[in-house]
Design a protein around this ligand. Structure first.
Ligand SMILES: [Fe+2]
Ligand SMILES: [Fe+2]
Length: 334
């Protein structure tokens, strides 16, 4: 008997890459972590270089089976300056103000996905937000209490690291691994389910929301922020637990050769992903360009990016002519 959960279906899913550049320079990011206690330190205790901050955000446009459209904002980036530019460039600022974004999903509380929250709230303070229940006091203060944070430097100076002057006034749905009814899933729209994976990650953050979209007659598209719980776990969950014709595709950060360092397991993941037989994959952010390029050359169906990212005011240091990434300003339709 098929015990997979029926989540319904959508006619199609379009994803616009608002920004996939979490930060502009890997070396700077790593140095900041190292200077303030390493990757196990709290992200609120690191004196991050503001000029290096970018952010991750994607816009999901769903066409339902009856032809209606729904829009989900996945994440809100890091630097308010950068995200303001990104939102303006895409017209998202006006769409938020007109109430055209149905809700926001925060994938996880990492700085490059969450600290740019003011860029969303200044246009839509009442927006509904789904976020992992595993938040910390600082996350809550930033979201709801108009807090700003700074970090003491060794020389006695102070580094402002984040702040938000617009309190969230809308509904906040805190997600956990049980889901809405013990199924492990939240049905956020017809054809769209959210699953919170309770995994630990760097910088003392825990828990990641992943979106699963069932595209009619095609199958499941898995949409991630960073994919910290492991891409094979996320895809495996969809295959085993959600009723669908199969796995059709994925989009987002896959957290593989992050900081472009290679390890043998990454070759195995190329083979394993290929064996799943997906039709269309869009990856970027923390996937790692090394993994993406190698996977593409081994026949993994990655969508190539365009030069759209060059029109933004800043360009990441580590692009290196890579083509297997969906970059800022690109989009993909499933
Ligand atoms: Fe992350
Ligand atoms: Fe990230």
């Amino acid at each position: 008997m098929d015990e997979r959960v029926d989540i319904g279906a959508v006619a199609s899913l379009k994803i616009d890459v608002l920004s996939e550049t979490g930060w502009f320079d890997d070396a700077r990011f790593k140095q900041d972590m190292a200077d303030y206690g390493g990757s196990e330190q709290s992200q609120y205790r690191v004196g991050w270089d503001a000029a290096n901050a970018g952010g991750y955000a994607a816009l999901l446009t769903l066409t339902l089976l009856d032809g209606d459209r729904r829009t989900i904002l996945l994440d809100t980036g890091w630097s308010t300056t950068w995200m303001d530019e990104v939102f303006r460039r895409s017209g998202l600022d006006g769409r938020l103000e007109r109430g055209e974004v149905d809700f926001m999903v925060l994938s996880h509380w990492h700085l490059d996905h969450f600290w740019g929250i003011e860029s969303t709230l200044k246009h839509a303070p009442g927006i509904r937000i789904y976020a992992p229940a595993t938040w910390r006091a600082e996350d809550r203060a930033l979201l709801r209490d108009k807090q700003a944070f700074s970090v003491e430097r060794a020389d006695g100076g102070s580094v402002p690291i984040c702040g938000n002057s617009v309190a969230h006034e809308g509904e906040l749905l805190l997600t956990d691994a049980d889901g809405e009814d013990g199924s492990g899933l939240y049905r956020v729209l017809p054809g769209v389910a959210l699953r919170m994976f309770d995994a630990s990650m760097l910088l003392q953050v825990r828990g990641e929301n992943v979106l699963y979209v069932n595209v009619a007659d095609k199958g499941i598209v898995t949409v991630t922020g960073c994919g910290h719980p492991g891409i094979m776990n996320l895809l495996g969950f969809a295959r085993e637990r959600i009723a669908a014709p199969g796995l059709y595709g994925c989009y987002g950060g896959l957290h593989l050769s992050i900081f472009d360092t290679w390890k043998p397991e990454l070759d195995e993941i190329i083979d394993a992903v290929k064996a799943l037989g997906m039709t269309k994959m869009g990856c970027n952010h923390c996937t790692g360009r090394m993994w993406a390029e190698k996977a593409l050359s081994h026949g993994v169906p990655l969508i190539r990016g365009t030069d759209a990212y060059l029109a933004y005011s800043k360009v990441p240091v580590q692009t290196g002519g890579a083509r297997a990434y969906l970059g800022n300003g690109d989009s993909v339709t499933f």
